[in-house]
Design a binder for this molecule. Structure first.
Ligand SMILES: [Zn+2]
Ligand SMILES: [Zn+2]
Length: 259
């Protein structure tokens, strides 16, 4: 029998590199060397330059409000609530959404790396960011659910990035992570290649409830996804969860696009 040295050598090299330079001493965003004490395995520069969603945000979806919205807010004396343009015109099935950062070029590259370069280890660090973000809200949550991937896509990638994030959040909150209740039904083109209308059409019937979901009755669910754009994905999942009897649904994403 002949050994496949190509694969063997690569594995040994990876093993050596892993031993000499464990994954958590590189910044997960720019790849620069950092020391282990850096929060979320981000270097000072990335920590400072990622667009954290710590400005005024939409009270419905959690997106950072754009400048026009902020100006309008200043004009409206006594007005303490504000919605983004999208939420003013679109209804959502979830109660409230929260996000950690804006989907800037930096965030985009980092999340792309997490999703498409086999960097499952990043889930721990990014999940911790989400956990710290949602802890601030002091929500009452019964269970955590992730937006599911089609098994074919999941097999191809080796993991569902939203599931990795959800597990970290659930563990940190001390609640159950449920991977059974929602399923991805269709195998279609990745959503990021579609426009808003196609995205909406694609989402119809894309998700389903898996079997008996009676346990969801009146439960408070925290739904996790990596990116929030129009909200169509989390909306469809929320609609199904509500249909099954879920009481309150909160949505938590790592990054959200602009209005
Ligand atoms: Zn960095
Ligand atoms: Zn909004």
């Amino acid at each position: 029998m002949e050994l496949d040295w190509g694969i063997g050598i690569r594995n040994v090299k990876e093993w050596l590199l892993d031993g000499l330079f464990p994954a958590n001493i590189y910044c997960i965003c720019c790849g620069n060397l950092i020391d282990k004490t850096r929060p979320y395995a981000l270097c000072d520069s990335c920590l400072e330059n990622l667009n954290w969603a710590n400005a005024r945000t939409c009270i419905k979806c959690g997106k950072v409000l754009n400048e026009t919205d902020k100006r309008r807010l200043l004009d409206e004396i006594g007005q303490t609530h504000q919605l983004c343009d999208h939420c003013k015109q679109n209804r959502h099935f979830f109660e409230r959404g929260f996000t950690c950062m804006q989907y800037s070029t930096m965030a985009k590259e980092m999340i792309h790396h997490f999703k498409f370069n086999g960097c499952a280890y990043m889930g721990d660090k990014l999940g911790k960011i989400m956990l710290d973000r949602i802890r601030l809200e002091q929500l009452s949550v019964d269970l955590v659910v992730a937006v599911p991937m089609h098994p074919k896509n999941r097999r191809k990638r080796g993991y569902n990035q939203s599931e990795l994030l959800a597990k970290v959040v659930a563990e940190g909150l001390g609640v159950v992570y449920n991977s059974q209740v929602l399923i991805r039904r269709q195998y279609k083109a990745p959503m990021n290649k579609l426009g808003a209308e196609q995205r909406y059409a694609n989402i119809q019937n894309a998700y389903a409830l898996a079997g008996n979901a009676a346990f969801l009755q009146s439960k408070s669910v925290l739904l996790i996804d990596d990116i929030y754009t129009t909200g169509s994905t989390v909306d469809e999942c929320s609609r199904l969860l509500k249909e099954a009897g879920a009481g309150v649904i909160y949505v938590l994403t790592l990054a959200a696009g602009a209005n």
